[in-house]
Design a protein around this ligand. Structure first.
Ligand code: SF4
Length: 296
């Protein structure tokens, strides 16, 4: 992840540079950083900061919350760490620490639990500099008060309910995990010589703006191929099945059967293998399956 981050920062070292870049370029440099929707938000937020705030992040929590992609946690983190304001930044780590400390047994997925934790943390910002306190709680949650906590090393152990009552494995209380639904697709790697046909996703929804191999819902490559033929504007021949790809999103899973298709002609929607635009990870893996066949 770090090399991708370094590459992104090298290209966009400040808000102005990022705000003035095209979204296609931002998306290309975002590859490897995951969650492509964040690329859109980061770009939109940079434009907003550039246009409305003269390239300076606004210090107020309300102005921060108004930026695209900035939720309660991010706004609190920026306000307290960058601007030293007494604004908590409550993420999963902080929920875990505070629930254990106070013996909170309501589910941490509930909004009212999060609100209760936020109010508790707010009372801690007495004389402590907010930027230090916020980072101290974050670090405690990330390094010591982890799933199997190192309570002996914890500076708060004398005050901790879960430690005193031997309940660190019961708190925090989490909602029962539901298995994400599984969707089946046949994904086509459509090639002409060594170029690949790609479609761009709409600018809203799953994997917004990214390029994608065409895919059809279902498990049968022959049926899916008939749908594909009716959908694309050039002649195609069904090739071999290249393999399977499973991809897990936060809310669902994809099982892809990857099939090679030969195109009878090329167009400007074919991209050379060495210069592909920004793709989702599942389809990049699908193309790699074809590349492997090519090398054999
Ligand atoms: S004593 Fe243990 S459970 Fe309590 S806050 Fe510290 S690390 Fe977490």
């Amino acid at each position: 992840m770090l090399p991708y981050y370094a590459r992104f920062i090298a290209r966009f070292p400040d808000v102005t540079t990022l705000a003035e870049a095209s979204f296609d370029e931002v998306l290309t440099h975002w590859q490897g950083l995951g969650y492509y929707r964040r690329a859109k938000h980061v770009h939109e937020a940079a434009k907003r900061v550039h246009e409305l705030h003269h390239d300076q992040f606004p210090p107020s929590i309300d102005a921060l919350r108004a930026l695209p992609g900035v939720g309660e946690y991010t706004a609190g983190a920026i306000a307290s760490i960058a601007f030293d304001q007494a604004e908590p930044a409550v993420d999963g780590n902080v929920l875990r620490v505070v629930s254990r400390l106070y013996g909170i047994t309501e589910s941490i997925a509930e909004a009212k639990t999060k609100a209760a934790v936020t109010s508790r943390v707010k009372t801690w910002y007495g004389d402590a500099p907010p930027h230090e306190l916020t980072q101290a709680i974050m670090e405690l949650g990330a390094l010591i008060c982890v799933r199997k906590p190192s309570c002996e090393a914890c500076p708060l152990n004398r005050h901790c309910f879960a430690y005193a009552h031997g309940k660190t494995d019961m708190i925090p209380v989490k909602p029962s995990r539901m298995k994400q639904p599984l969707e089946h697709y046949v994904t086509f790697v459509v090639t002409h010589n060594e170029s690949i046909y790609l479609e761009q996703n709409p600018d809203d929804g799953l994997l917004a703006n990214l390029y994608a191999c065409p895919q059809v819902e279902g498990k049968n490559p022959h049926d899916a191929f008939e749908t594909l033929k009716a959908r694309i504007p050039f002649s195609v021949t069904l090739g071999e099945t290249l393999g399977d790809v499973t991809h897990v999103f936060s809310h669902k899973r994809w099982k892809l059967i990857v099939v090679h298709v030969l195109a009878g002609e090329s167009s400007d929607m074919f991209y050379p293998l060495e210069d592909l635009p920004a793709l989702g990870k599942a389809h990049r893996t699908a193309i790699e399956l074809w590349e492997k066949k090519l090398m054999q």
